[in-house]
Design a protein. Structure first.
Length: 187
């Protein structure tokens, strides 16, 4: 599995670089990365993380079309913006519901060695990916948490290339937040 995991990590770095640059091509890298990590996480018995990769696959397809649709309508790229502060209750509710349901399923019905951590990162990733697809700058704040917790989980599980990748993700997520804030203020 190590070779596939290394390829996944390299594709993941390309994805992160493209996301940092707010490039539409991040979605193509997301499709490839998701397919690789479905296999990796299945083999590692982290089932919610595996399922989130299926979600990422479809979210990447959605993100590609979402960014392309807005580009064709407005004649320019989708703009980076802030998530409306009066609308946070819905994503927070989605997170809490997904976290609780996923943790219960993983604890009751699987042999996952990290059901709570797996559920936490999965639920928060669903919300973060939605914000990314709509180019909300706050997606980076969620990814900082997801990536830091994920890195710790992957190292704990012995998935060292993936743990290192997510450690880099956490650091770049901080830089990405500030870069997107700057881009948002310039437009």
């Amino acid at each position: 599995m190590t070779e596939i995991e290394i390829v996944g990590a390299v594709v993941g770095l390309a994805y992160l670089w493209l996301e940092y640059r707010a490039s539409i091509w991040l979605w193509l890298a997301g499709v490839v990365m998701s397919l690789l990590y479905v296999y990796i996480f299945f083999e590692g018995k982290v089932y919610a993380m595996m399922c989130i990769q299926v979600y990422y696959l479809f979210a990447s397809i959605y993100g590609w079309f979402r960014w392309r649709k807005d580009e064709s309508i407005a004649g320019e790229e989708v703009r980076i913006r802030s998530f409306p502060s009066d609308r946070w209750m819905l994503p927070a509710g989605v997170f809490v519901a997904l976290f609780g349901l996923t943790a219960w399923i993983l604890s009751a019905f699987t042999d996952s060695p990290v059901p709570v951590g797996d559920a936490f990162t999965t639920a928060l990733s669903v919300v973060a990916m939605y914000l990314l697809a709509h180019k909300y700058v706050e997606q980076w704040l969620l990814w900082i948490v997801v990536n830091a917790v994920s890195a710790a989980l992957y190292f704990y599980l012995g998935l060292y290339p993936t743990g290192a990748l997510y450690g880099v993700y956490a650091a770049v997520s901080i830089a990405g937040f500030f870069r997107w804030k700057k881009i948002m203020q310039e437009t």
